[in-house]
Design a binder for this molecule. Structure first.
Ligand code: AMP
Length: 415
């Protein structure tokens, strides 16, 4: 079943969206991209003559009510975009009456799902080492089923449009699907687009395939790096992890960011790339700074000859050329993680050059997928988001999908 071939006329649809938008200290939305991302799905249901029960999480309240993370703060924004009033249910486990009262075209927004420990299904306030943990976990899984059943009871049909949480088996992202027949559960438009973008990267790869992995640490990216070795022609590793590699190779890295317990892992990655015939590209030079701030003093030097007291905060000109050549020639591109501390204008040149090379390759027919919070922030900062093939809304979910893992949120619907 797809959202396009289902007629929502007279039906109540419960839709899991990702309205986990950033708020300032006064509760104002600072970036509404995620709300706008869900609109095509929500509008299609309303246009068919259906009614909407919208559910989402916000932040990490860890199973407790936290007014700072209340979705009531975004109710007006949702109403504005849907051009109609939005009813709010403060207790999402006791919203049956409000859901039952919905008429075609009406909208009900549920409170933050994660105010309930049942949403994530993890026992709260008990340590994993505690002998009673397993029993508590089992009990919570039962409560999670009950909670999912309650949510499912509000509606005739379930739509999941929250890619960012699709890698989690939570009540609203996966378990709830068990309470709907196969022809009454489906992915929303945003999810469909995300799945298609991942399919584009994983199947029918046009070569050369260049992946650019940046960000701060090797440790958080190791799963995807190892997995990509079986798929890519060029693997570019940049950002903070550069210095773990440089140190592992015997370089002096000054006070650059480094994971000292991952030096052997870095050497293993180099060996693995050789064994698999992958062209591994590491930074050779960098823009080093005498302090971690935008207006620090800078110098260009080899990543292996950074003076004491200095740290590498961006890739240097030689590296930029090396990387950009491998990007411009590519026919498939994946970018996750910035090349440097792009948040500082004086250290965003490397990331900007990477983004521009991706745009150029895309113009020449490459498929380019940019995903993971910080690289998305990068293309947004440079105003290039609409010049790459696809910008994913998923961080962890995208990486797990590309690692080839089956995402629970998608499996729950597709079987
Ligand atoms: P991640 O969340 O692991 O993708 O890392 C993203 C963060 O890595 C961004 O906030 C960047 O500022 C940071 N980063 C990139 N390059 C460096 C670097 N050379 N030194 C310190 N942090 C870096």
């Amino acid at each position: 079943m797809t959202i396009d071939n289902f007629n929502f006329n007279g039906k109540k649809a419960i839709v899991r969206v990702d309205f986990n938008v950033p708020l300032d200290e006064n509760g104002n939305i600072t970036d509404d991209t995620r709300i706008r991302g869900a609109l095509p799905t929500l509008k299609k249901i309303l246009a068919d003559g259906g009614s909407l029960i919208i559910m989402s999480h916000m932040g990490k309240p860890k199973g407790k009510v936290n007014p700072k993370l209340s979705l009531s703060q975004i109710k007006d924004a949702v109403a504005k975009y849907l051009e109609r009033p939005v009813e709010f249910a403060e207790d999402c486990a006791k919203a049956a009456d409000k859901a039952a009262a919905l008429k075609p075209g009406e909208v009900l927004l549920l409170e933050n799902l994660r105010f309930y420990p049942e949403e994530e299904g993890k026992p709260v306030g008990i340590d994993k080492e505690d002998p009673a943990y397993d029993a508590a976990k089992k009990e919570m899984k039962e409560r999670q089923k009950e909670f999912s059943k309650t949510l499912a009871g509000y509606a005739d049909v379930y739509v999941n449009d929250a890619f960012g949480t699709a890698h989690r088996r939570h009540a609203s992202t996966a378990v709830i699907a068990d309470y709907f027949d196969a022809d009454h559960k489906m992915l929303g438009y945003l999810m469909e687009k995300e799945v298609k973008a991942v399919d584009n990267i994983l199947s029918d790869i046009k070569r050369p395939f260049t992946a650019i992995m940046g960000g701060s640490k090797v440790s958080t990216k190791i799963g995807i790096i190892e997995n990509l070795m079986d798929k890519v022609d060029n693997l570019i590793l940049c950002g903070g992890m550069t210095y773990t590699f440089a140190k592992a190779l015997g370089g002096n890295i000054g006070k650059s960011i480094c994971e000292d317990d991952k030096l052997q892992l870095a050497l293993d990655i180099i060996e693995k790339a050789k064994a698999k015939g992958v062209n591994l590209l590491l930074a050779v030079d960098c823009v080093a700074a005498d302090d971690f701030k935008n207006d620090a003093k800078t110098m260009i030097c080899s990543v292996k000859e950074i003076p004491d007291g200095w740290e590498g905060l961006d890739i240097g000109p030689e590296t930029t050329k090396l990387f950009c050549d491998a990007i411009k020639n590519a026919k498939t591109i994946l970018w996750n993680g910035p090349a440097g501390v792009f948040e500082f204008d004086n250290f965003d040149k490397g990331s900007r050059a990477v983004a521009e090379a991706i745009v150029e390759a895309t113009k020449n027919g490459a498929f380019s997928l940019v995903g993971g919070g910080d690289s998305v922030a990068c293309v947004n900062k440079f105003g290039l988001a609409d010049q790459v093939s696809y910008v994913s809304t998923g961080g962890g979910a995208l990486l797990e999908a590309i690692e080839g893992k089956i995402l629970p949120g998608i499996a729950a619907i597709r079987g």
